[in-house]
Structure formats: structure tokens, C-alpha cells
Design a protein around this ligand. Structure first.
Ligand SMILES: Cc1cc2nc3c(=O)[nH]c(=O)nc-3n(C[C@H](O)[C@H](O)[C@H](O)COP(=O)(O)OP(=O)(O)OC[C@H]3O[C@@H](n4cnc5c(N)ncnc54)[C@H](O)[C@@H]3O)c2cc1C
Length: 415
């Protein structure tokens, strides 16, 4: 295809910025419009699974990611007493050709932003411009954006890719009756500390059970004093929560959630109550998703990343799936002769794949292991084999990996 006009991306999050890099790599002109005036390193930890790290390898960014994050070695499951249920190797240790990387979301987004500016030029990302509406034209789209001071501007592009996150304006225009994201009944509190890491300094832990869960992983390598930036997530079942504020930076005090976690005894290798006491800022987030959509593509526009398929953040998949969308879409724009056909081809691959993960994360995410063990052994166990067999553990884990597209054979085959 001959791109006379740029691909317009609304949203400079990980999904939109990765797409910009991939389109540029394929020689396709692109322009990103981001709502906020200044991109800041917001958020805490995020995980990139091996299949999405492959995309950054191809962009020449794998080394930088690994240098500034942590190559996750292990996913460790434990019960509420801190007793090991299962440890599974991850990334290279598990035989993948690419690592799994745990990293600060803010660092990751700023890295992508810097790379876009460096490779595409300083005008490639326009901040303080919020997508408001669009319409198809004979040869592309006309997109209306609202600037920070309330003015409206119209720009022309070959197509519009709405990568504007869970509260997507584009999605709300396409599906005006959809309403707020769907609350799962669980609230998350996310925070960081600088600490001596537990275990080998590169292990992700999921502990407890559905009603009271603890997830943690380091997101930097240890400094000269042996301290690393640690990402902690406390999760509680709060079924009747009404304030579905989808704000990732909603700060609350620890008293809102710490009570039940203080009742947990010291795990020996980690004291959850002490960790909470050493943190300074706690960000509350209601765990939400949205039902998979019947259609993402409408003429010369489509949805990507969280705008298309917001999912519960329980399988380390939020960012990875946005990255895989970006790769699939960039390839489709190269391989097909017309924009609508390319967008439909992208959707035909990515919509069914991500819909499955949205559903899996609602019930059969990797953390289902925790609940099975809690149900069968609420007072703890001596030998895990008396509670759940190694075969059952393995089949749960491999089923999820297949659904999320990071089954070892699948990933290494597509390398
Ligand atoms: C501030 C913030 C903090 C986050 N923190 C975490 C975290 O700590 N851990 C985690 O697992 N996930 C976090 N997430 C979610 C995670 O980034 C996404 O699940 C994942 O990376 C998918 O990325 P995305 O680009 O599709 O969406 P997002 O990361 O949500 O990016 C969407 C981008 O679009 C912009 N935008 C919104 N509306 C418009 C509009 N109308 N026009 C133009 N631009 C618009 C937003 O400002 C944002 O930059 C966070 C998201 C945000 C926005």
C-alpha cells in the first residue's frame, strides 16, 4: 500500500507507542496523539511475557528492557501461610528464546516514548491532544482532537487506531450503551518499596487465595547495597464496592486495606505487614474488565490494546497483549492491499485470541491454583502432594499459557 497520509494513533500508552515504532520500522508514516499534556512515568510494575519481548527484540530494545528491568526467573505460588505450592521457571530459564521481563510501567512507557521521538522525530507524538471523534473519508479518516486549552483541530490520516486505554473515547462512541467497566468484586492496592529482594531477586510470587491475595515481584536489579525496587500488590474481595474510579493513580492510606494482611503470620522469607509499613504511597484500583466486543474495526478505524480488550491484570497479560496487537496490525498493514482489509485481517486474528484471555482471567487464570489449595487445605498442609498433584498443577498452568499464547512451543516456533 502507498501511504499518502499517516496512520493516526490515539493514545501514547505502551500499545500506541509500540505500534508507532513497528509502523516506522516497516516504512509506514505515523502520528501519535496523546491526551495528557506531559507523559510522566506513571504506574508501578508491569510484566512482559516472552512473546511480547520477542517484538522488542525485533525492534532492538530487548537489551535496554532487560538492563532496566528484571529477567523473571520463576513464578512461585504459596498459600496464605507462605508455604510453597509450586514454583515454575519462567522466560529463558523455562526454555523460551526470550526472557520474561518485570519492569516499572512508567520507565517502560517513557523508554518507548523516547525511542519514538528519536527514531521518528520530535513531531511524531503530539501531547495534550485528546481524540474526540472521527469520520471516514474517500481515502482515509478525518480525526477531530481537543487540545488542552479546549480548542478543536482536525487532522487527516490513512486510518485511525484507537489505543486510548480502558476508558477509550473511541469505544464509547462505537458502543454508547456499554457504560462503565465491569467490576470483578476485587480491589487492588499497588505500591513499591526499595528493599532487599526475597529469594533470588527475580521471582514473582502469587500468595494467599481469591479473597485475600498478595502478588509481588522486583522491578529493578539490586543496587550496590543489594536493594531493588519491589512491586507489591495486595488484593481483597470487596463485592459491594461502588466507586468504580478507573484512575491508576488514586492514592489512599494503608488503613483502607491493611487489616486482613496484618493477620497473616510472618512467612519467614517475607513479612507482609512489615512490607506494608515500609511503603509510602498506596494506589487503589478496582479490578475491572469489559466484555469482549463483537467488532473492533469500523471502516478505516480499529481499536487496540486496553481500548479493545481490557482484562483483569492477573496473568501478566495487559501490556503483552497490547504489544502483540501492535505487531499483528503493523504486519497486516504491510501485507494487505487496502486499509479496511488490513484492519479486518488484524481483528480476525487478535479479537478471538484476546477474548479468550478476558474470559480465562475471569475464572481460570493461573491464580486458580491458590484457590484450589485454599479450598482443600484451609488450615495449611505438610506435603503439597496430599492436596494437589503435580500433574494437576502442570495442567492448569499449561492450559493458561496456551490460551494466552505463550505456550513454549508456540512462542519458540514463531521466533
Ligand atoms: C496512568 C496509568 C498507569 C498504569 N499503571 C499500571 C500498572 O502499574 N500496572 C499494570 O499492570 N498496568 C498499568 N496500567 C495499564 C497498562 O498500562 C495497560 O493495561 C497496558 O499497558 C495496555 O496499554 P495501552 O496502551 O493499551 O493502554 P494504556 O496504558 O491505558 O494507555 C492509553 C493511553 O491513551 C491515553 N488516552 C486516553 N484517552 C485518550 C484520548 N481520548 N485521546 C488520546 N489519548 C488518550 C492515555 O493518557 C494513555 O496514555 C496503567 C495505565 C495507565 C494509563
Amino acid at each position: 500500500m502507498n501511504f499518502q497520509k499517516p496512520v493516526i494513533i490515539a493514545g501514547g500508552g505502551p500499545g500506541g507507542l509500540t505500534l508507532a515504532l513497528l509502523l516506522h520500522q516497516r516504512g509506514i508514516p505515523v502520528k501519535v496523539y496523546e491526551a495528557v499534556q506531559e507523559l510522566k512515568p506513571l504506574g508501578v510494575g508491569i510484566n512482559l511475557l516472552p512473546h511480547s519481548v520477542r517484538v522488542f527484540h525485533d525492534l532492538g530494545l530487548q537489551e535496554t528492557l532487560v538492563a532496566n528491568g528484571v529477567e523473571t526467573s520463576t513464578l512461585h505460588f504459596c498459600n496464605k501461610f507462605g508455604k510453597k505450592i509450586k514454583s515454575e521457571p519462567r522466560g529463558i530459564r523455562a526454555g523460551y528464546n526470550y526472557p520474561q521481563v518485570s519492569i516499572h510501567r512508567g520507565f517502560f512507557q517513557m523508554l518507548l516514548y523516547r525511542e519514538v521521538i528519536e527514531r521518528l522525530g520530535p513531531d511524531a507524538v503530539v501531547t495534550g491532544h485528546s481524540l474526540e471523534s472521527w469520520q471516514d473519508t474517500a481515502d482515509g479518516v478525518e480525526v477531530t482532537l481537543r487540545t488542552a486549552d479546549g480548542d478543536r483541530i482536525t487532522v487527516e490520516g490513512s486510518c485511525l487506531i484507537a489505543a486510548d486505554g480502558i476508558n477509550s473515547t473511541a469505544r464509547a462512541i462505537l458502543y454508547p450503551d456499554e457504560g462503565e467497566p465491569l467490576y470483578s468484586g476485587y480491589l487492588l492496592w499497588r505500591f513499591t518499596t526499595t528493599d532487599i529482594p526475597y529469594f533470588d531477586g527475580s521471582t514473582m510470587v502469587m500468595g494467599g487465595h481469591y479473597d485475600q491475595k498478595w502478588v509481588c515481584y522486583p522491578i529493578t536489579k539490586p543496587d550496590a547495597d543489594g536493594r531493588a525496587l519491589m512491586n507489591w500488590i495486595a488484593e481483597l474481595k470487596v463485592p459491594d464496592w461502588k466507586q468504580l474510579d478507573q484512575n491508576w493513580t488514586n492514592e489512599v492510606s494503608k488503613e483502607v486495606f491493611d487489616g486482613p494482611f496484618r493477620e497473616w503470620e510472618d512467612w519467614g522469607w517475607l513479612n507482609v505487614a512489615k512490607v506494608i509499613d515500609s511503603a509510602e504511597a498506596f494506589y487503589q484500583y478496582p479490578m475491572t474488565d469489559r466484555d469482549p466486543l463483537p467488532r473492533w474495526t469500523h471502516g478505516n478505524m480499529t481499536l487496540l490494546g486496553d481500548a479493545a480488550h481490557p482484562m483483569y491484570p492477573i496473568g501478566s497479560n495487559g501490556a503483552s497483549q497490547a504489544v502483540l496487537d501492535a505487531e499483528c496490525l503493523a504486519d497486516a498493514l504491510v501485507k494487505n492491499d487496502s486499509i479496511p482489509v488490513a484492519l479486518e485481517a488484524y481483528e480476525a486474528i487478535r479479537r478471538p485470541a484476546t477474548s479468550k484471555i478476558v474470559h480465562a482471567n475471569r475464572g481460570e487464570g493461573p491464580d486458580i491454583i491458590l484457590q484450589i489449595v485454599e479450598d482443600r487445605a484451609p488450615n495449611g498442609f505438610e506435603n503439597i502432594e496430599d492436596v494437589i498433584s503435580a500433574e494437576e498443577l502442570e495442567s492448569i498452568s499449561s492450559r493458561y499459557k496456551k490460551t494466552a499464547g505463550f505456550d513454549l512451543k508456540q512462542v519458540n516456533r514463531s521466533s
